[in-house]
Design a protein around this ligand. Structure first.
Ligand SMILES: Cc1ncc(COP(=O)(O)O)c(C=O)c1O
Length: 427
């Protein structure tokens, strides 16, 4: 039976034709799709101003926003303790100081009470991150920001299309940013979007985005090729004979190859050379097609999440993702708490289902940020959740198989004492 990878890629069915058309017209790099994509994206969000930013990274939108806000050097920016390490690192690249605040482990998002405790006279902004596709509890965060005169920059890398009290995330604060990396809710093989409430801030962000050089046609082709490779690699038929054997072996050797999957943790100042380059026309063309299909992608992913809820929600000791009634979830990840996460990851991968340990970072314990951040019990707890594959491109029968596998393994865990090293016999 084919193995199921932890990540899926959202691809529009006519992606190859879109790329071919841009190539034939000599418009891989520059062309009319960029302005059209920006217009459609702004319409999708319903308000404000947007700018497509960077060939490779959504994080450049954050950098441009921070630079445009012109905070005094060394100003403090509140960042959730649980996020991708790149986010606080980019605040440092902008000459600012990330200050970590804990999260609510029930929703994986910034705790307003922890945010309040982190505020000092030097705080200038807060970065609520709608992690895994669920909005933060924005009302108390916005109220605190107003009271302390802080800018609010929403990190929407995981959450395009999610809502809070009926309004799209990314439109609540002063600015927000989105990632279009290949596994994200909108895939253009890299790059991102900056959203700004205010026209003057949008103008300044636009100046930074325009100051980047156009990438060469060869470089654009190479990010498309890399995306195609990634897509091939995670197809069940290929993954079964490529990534899966590595994961399978690691489950027996008790090693964690996950760290090789993600980019190397490092200081980003000065920014590596490949961070340069503008968002290209062919990416915008793919983005327009992806945006048109987004409601369908989200609906299928939500249906998968409901199937997993039904298969896992009643098991004692398991907490499936909780969506508060004032929000909608887009399930970039389906993260659940289980009695023994390490054992579950091992036993599922041995049976062909790539259930993954958490992939973002508890930044308070990272060497990169000094390793002795404030206590963040919520983030530490969140690190014990597992990611169950939920993505849109899975077939219903695959979701059924994943859910049943996780269910069986958790029930076995709870029924019998743990085997040393997790080496129970497979079948
Ligand atoms: C929470 C979060 N914010 C920001 C980013 C940055 O996005 P990008 O890799 O497109 O720069 C990521 C990337 O995975 C992320 O997970």
């Amino acid at each position: 039976m084919a193995a199921i990878a932890r990540y899926g890629m959202r691809m529009v069915p006519d992606a190859e034709q879109i790329v071919r058309q841009c190539r034939q017209r000599g418009q891989l790099v520059q062309g009319p799709h960029i302005a059209a994509f920006e217009e459609e994206f702004a319409r999708f969000l319903g308000q404000g101003h947007v700018r497509a930013v960077s060939l490779e990274y959504g994080r450049m939108a954050l950098l441009d926003i921070l630079k445009s806000m012109k905070f005094p050097p060394g100003s403090e920016i509140i960042v959730p303790a649980l996020t991708f390490w790149v986010v606080p690192e980019i605040t440092r690249v902008a000459g600012l100081k990330p200050v970590f605040a804990d999260i609510d482990p029930a929703t994986f998002t910034l705790s307003p009470a922890a945010m309040e405790r982190a505020i000092t006279p030097n705080t200038r902004a807060v970065l609520p991150t709608h992690l895994y596709g669920l909005s933060c509890d924005l009302d108390p965060i916005l109220a605190l920001a107003r009271r302390h005169d802080l800018k609010v920059i929403e990190d929407c890398a995981h959450s395009l299309g999610a809502t809070y009290r009926g309004q799209m995330v990314g439109t609540f604060g002063d600015a927000s940013f989105f990632s279009f990396q290949a596994f994200k809710p909108l895939n253009t093989f890299g790059g991102g979007m900056a959203w700004m409430r205010d026209a003057e801030l949008a103008r300044r962000v636009g100046e930074y985005a325009d100051a980047e050089p156009w990438p060469s046609e060869e470089r654009v082709k190479s990010i498309l090729r890399a995306g195609w490779w990634q897509r091939t690699f995670i197809r069940p038929t290929v993954f079964t004979y490529s990534g899966f054997p590595i994961w399978w072996a690691a489950s027996w050797l008790n090693t964690k190859p996950d760290r090789f999957l993600w980019e190397k943790v490092q200081r980003l100042d000065p920014l590596p050379a490949h961070y340069g380059g503008r968002f290209s026309n062919v990416q915008a063309a793919l983005g327009r097609a992806g945006l048109a299909r987004l409601p369908e992608f989200i609906e299928r992913t939500r249906r998968h999440a409901r199937m997993l809820d039904a298969l896992l929600g009643d098991i004692p000791g398991v907490s499936v993702p909780r969506t508060p009634p004032d929000r909608t979830h887009v399930y970039y990840q389906y993260c659940a708490y289980v009695p023994d996460h390490e054992e579950l990851v091992r036993s599922c991968i041995r049976r062909g289902v790539d259930v993954a340990p958490m992939h973002v970072d508890v930044c308070t314990r990272m060497e990169l940020f000094g390793g002795h951040g404030p206590e963040a019990k919520g983030a530490e707890k969140a690190a014990t959740a597992v990611q169950v594959p939920v993505y849109e491109s899975l077939a219903d029968h695959e979701i059924e198989r994943i859910g049943r596998r996780v269910r069986t393994q958790v029930l076995r865990q709870t029924r019998r004492p743990r085997a040393a090293g997790g080496s129970e016999p497979g079948h």
